[in-house]
Ligand binder design. Sequence first.
Ligand code: PLP
Length: 370
Amino acid sequence: MQIKRNVLLNPGPATTTDSVKLAQVVTDICPREKEFGDLMEYCATEITKFVGDPKEYSTVMFGGSGTATVEAILSSVVPENGRILIIDNGAYGKRMCQITKIYKLDTVIFESSSIVPIDLKALEEVIKQEKGLTHLAMIHHETTTGLLNDITAVGKMCSTYKISFIVDSMSGFAAIPVDMKTMNIDYLAASSNKNIQGMAGIGFAICNKKALSATESIPMRNLYLNLYAQYAYFEKTHQTRFTPPVQTFYALKQAIIETKEETVEKRYARYTKSWETLLSGITLMKLEYLIDKEHHSKIITSIIEPKNDKYDFEEMHDFFFERGFTIYPGKVNNYDTFRISNIGQIDYIDIQNFLKVLREYLVQIEYIKA
Ligand SMILES: *Cc1c(COP(=O)(O)O)cnc(C)c1O
């Protein structure tokens, strides 16, 4: 079977291999069958192994997008008398603040720029001043701009001040290496459709078992999204409490196999080469990017829109879409940008082809000469 290949340059869902797409075509199966339980167990264990030892860490999976998992963690692990500090340096940090507000959790917000690194000294001052902090949550890679946050440094701080550390690594996981133990992370959120290169529909929380077990006594604020309940039921039965996205799990298994074959390190090297190709290409076309190289995730690039009367994002989007590329709008206040992500089953050759189309567009609007 021949499937048309689109190059997705949006930050997930990403371009997938045909083998991952086709893995979804399977014989109908009831998810309560042992065979399917074994498949989910395989997925959970292998996901854990990318970032930690399954003896100490466990992956809890939910049918839902990535945000469902972030919401599951935040709404499930902070005790009644707990207090959480959230670092907000972009749209995804803001979303975490929105979640804890809805659940009425005692929240301290540490705001930080979405284009330059977090001021760690200022953060430590706030941690010292604010009494009774039990948890700290932050984004690993702020997909809003492409800024890579220093989770290692913040993890150290959490260890010093005995604070449980929650990281949303949705757009970092399976590309940017993470070691939960040395980074002192108790909960890491990720999903099936970004760097792992699977289909959308499964969110996972990789949890420190000790920390998670201690949340058993917290009165439930939720049902579907309760982290401990989902964990305990799966441990006992190898089933999820509610209907899982069956076919998406088959695709996830294949995506995991392919990630293990490539290895996370080599995947990141492939992404990095695409990113370097992108940066040198746009620079030649007189375009600038927002985040300096040193603090860049190398996964998504915010490009400052060309200052030109004929430029229009929607028109540029359609120009690319007709040619098999999907590009993404920007999201940063005060900066007009569009974003190019280099994740998924694509490489620097695809980026070179993207750059050719970009040149064509920029010549057409007379931003550069042919
Ligand atoms: C993609 C992403 C999410 C989750 O988005 P969904 O649309 O719910 O899958 C959360 N946090 C970050 C940092 C992301 O990049």
